[in-house]
Ligand binder design. Structure first.
Ligand code: COA
Length: 259
């Protein structure tokens, strides 16, 4: 598959989706979202891929939606475009493989919203994150007002959303927006190491865990607990559950088969 606005590669069992509109700090346009969607489909269909890393370049993960395009939008185009954006984001949020956003430079607006759809966010020490839409006379239109408070809580999210306040890497770490901050030249290794750790996990349980978290977030506690109970019980039909518990009792490392 040929891509225009991303670079797609597979290293070991990890897919790398690198946003690539450097002249615009990777600002998000329809092509970039379409490429992202296609790359995610490729990841879904390739059984050899165990985890997915999304990244940008030194200056930007994604510096937001392309303002040049949005400046000409009206109510109708805005509604249609956000519908497409949300469809791609849902695919990313729900993909059955773990996702990691490796963030360097600017992750603003739609860029942060993409990162919020990932399971993990690791940042380089030069990262700047924010949802500055309010400063443009709008609000986030790709899930920012919903996903950010769910991740970091109402107080810090309200500050970022209502003041359009950006946060640097260390602050992002302290409010739980990212899991880790590393020097820029170590970002790739950090993300890769995380992908390797995830790859060593029992795959069926990992998928069940993600599904339980994601579906549970969309429902109430009662339904969420039911989803967890079902997923938990189903795992007792897997070889990995037998192996994991046997290995513990035999005081050895488990050898998971992903079955
Ligand atoms: N949409 C369109 N173009 C963008 C963009 C965006 N979101 N973010 C950056 N660019 C473009 C700039 O217009 C500039 O293009 P030019 O060279 O043709 O003038 C190029 O990318 C480089 O950006 P520049 O502003 O010169 O870099 P900087 O280091 O001085 O500032 C930012 C970086 C991120 C602070 C600044 O570009 C910015 O504020 N961008 C918009 C962020 C935003 O509001 N995002 C939410 C959108 S909803």
């Amino acid at each position: 598959m040929a891509y225009e606005t991303i670079i797609f590669s597979i290293r070991d069992r990890t897919a790398w989706i690198q946003f690539n509109r450097p002249e615009k700090l990777n600002a998000m346009n329809k092509e970039l979202l379409t490429d992202l969607e296609q790359a995610l489909i490729e990841c879904e269909n390739n059984e050899g891929i165990r985890s997915i890393i999304l990244t940008g370049n030194e200056k930007a993960f994604i510096a937001g939606a392309d303002i040049e395009i949005w400046a000409k939008a009206d109510v109708d185009t805005s509604f249609k475009t956000t519908e497409f954006t949300m469809k791609v984001q849902e695919r990313l949020a729900d993909i059955a493989k773990p996702t990691i956003a490796a963030i360097s430079g600017f992750a603003l607006g739609g860029g942060l919203e993409i990162a919020l759809c990932c399971d993990f966010r690791v940042a380089a020490d030069n990262a700047v994150l924010g949802l500055p839409e309010i400063t443009l006379g709008i609000i986030p239109g790709g899930g920012g007002t919903q996903r950010l408070p769910r991740l970091i809580g109402l107080g810090p999210a309200t500050e970022m959303l209502m003041l359009g306040a950006t946060v640097k890497a260390e602050k992002a770490l302290s409010i739980g927006l990212v899991q880790d901050v590393v020097p820029l030249d170590q970002l790739e290794d950090k993300a890769e190491a995380l992908a390797k750790r995830l790859d060593a996990m029992p795959a069926v349980a990992l998928k069940a865990c993600k599904t339980s978290i994601r579906t549970g977030l969309r429902t109430g506690l009662k339904e969420g607990l039911k989803i967890e109970q079902t997923a938990f019980s189903m795992l007792f039909g897997t070889l990995d559950q037998k192996e994991g518990m046997a290995a513990f009792l035999e005081k050895r490392k488990p050898k998971y088969l992903g079955k």
